[in-house]
Design a binder for this molecule. Structure first.
Ligand SMILES: Cc1ncc(C[n+]2csc(CCOP(=O)(O)OP(=O)(O)O)c2C)c(N)n1
Ligand code: SF4
Ligand SMILES: [Mg+2]
Length: 303
């Protein structure tokens, strides 16, 4: 007779993460707003990658696109206009076990938050940032944004915008981001592929997603939508070396609707990694002192 005894309880099987679990609230965007598709794809990608729900952190600033945290049943934070990245940086550096995502608009990212964008990118903070670019301030009802084309009329430019818009791809290349992509909210499969690659990248990954504001700037991205007679021209990575920043700048110079896909991707140590190395070295030098004690010692030395 066998003496083997079956364990009293089998190890619990972890629940599979489903889209249903990720939904927090009914999105309140206007009918047809491009942001709906971005949210739907994000749910799908998280379900596909099976990132544990308790390890997902979603951060945003202010704007229609920045309403993302309301719709995510994850750790979600909504911060001041343009300040999503500094908050997300703190979360990323202090919690290496979580995946940090930032969502926001062209105003939040390139205007009031432009300074933070440059620094988070050059420091190569480990996080994924999706900028839903609609070429307008949507939430505050139609002001010129940093990406609004010259000549476009708005509440702040009643005779048409006169300032040269920024080129997001060029700006991100110059700032030192290590993964830079561009997509279109009507191209669901492409968004899925790009979000997945960005999440898997070890460093600051940023995607500009053209997302139509149907209320204040309808038709803005029809030239990139084949269903509206436009051209969705994807970068051929057999021809374009994603490590070549000069080639990426050239792609970024193409006239609207331009190219879509990965413009640039390189590996460079993240600030997360460099800072951890520095902490480990300091702890080793100080006989295993706690981070708190090291900080205290530093402050004392600065007196
Ligand atoms: C310090 C500060 N300045 C201005 C505002 C007003 N404000 C809120 S959202 C916004 C712009 C939003 O535009 P964008 O980031 O492009 O997001 P969208 O609504 O287009 O998705 C502005 C100017 C604010 N909330 N806080
Ligand atoms: S105002 Fe524009 S960006 Fe905001 S929810 Fe409506 S369509 Fe979307
Ligand atoms: Mg906007």
């Amino acid at each position: 007779m066998s003496t083997a005894v079956a364990p009293a309880t089998a190890a619990p099987v972890a629940d599979k993460l489903t889209k249903k679990q990720l939904i927090a609230d009914h999105p309140t965007w206007c009918p047809g707003c491009g942001d709906f598709a971005v949210l739907a794809v994000f749910y799908k990608v998280l379900e596909k990658l099976q990132i544990p729900q308790e390890k997902i952190v979603v951060v945003a600033g202010i704007g229609c696109s920045s309403r993302f945290p309301y719709f995510m049943n994850t750790h979600s934070l909504h911060f001041i206009h343009g300040r999503a990245l500094p908050l997300a940086t703190g979360v990323s550096l202090s919690r290496p076990d979580v995946h940090v995502f930032v969502f926001g608009g062209d105003g939040d990212g390139f205007s009031i938050g432009g300074n933070h964008l440059n620094h988070a990118a050059r420091k190569n903070i480990k996080l994924t940032y999706v900028i839903m670019d609609n070429f307008v301030y949507g939430l505050t009802k139609n002001q010129t944004s940093p990406t609004t084309p010259i000549g476009r009329k708005s509440k702040t430019d009643p005779i048409g915008a006169i300032d040269r818009p920024i080129n997001p791809m060029k700006q991100l290349l110059a700032s030192g981001a290590t993964f830079i992509g561009r997509t279109h909210a009507t191209q669901v499969k492409h968004m899925d592929e790009l979000f997945t690659r960005a999440i898997e990248h070890d460093g600051f990954s940023v995607i500009e997603c053209l997302s139509e504001c149907t209320m204040f700037y309808p038709g803005a991205f029809d030239d990139g939508n084949p269903r509206k007679g436009g051209a969705f021209d994807v970068i051929d990575e057999k021809q374009h070396d994603v490590k070549d920043d000069v080639a990426a700048f050239k792609l970024a110079d193409l006239p609207s609707p331009g190219k879509f896909g990965v413009f640039y991707q390189v590996n460079r140590p993240t600030k997360n990694e460099l800072e951890q190395r520095w902490i480990d070295d300091s702890q080793a030098k100080l006989g295993g002192a706690s981070q708190k004690d090291i900080l205290k010692k530093r402050f004392e030395a600065m007196r």
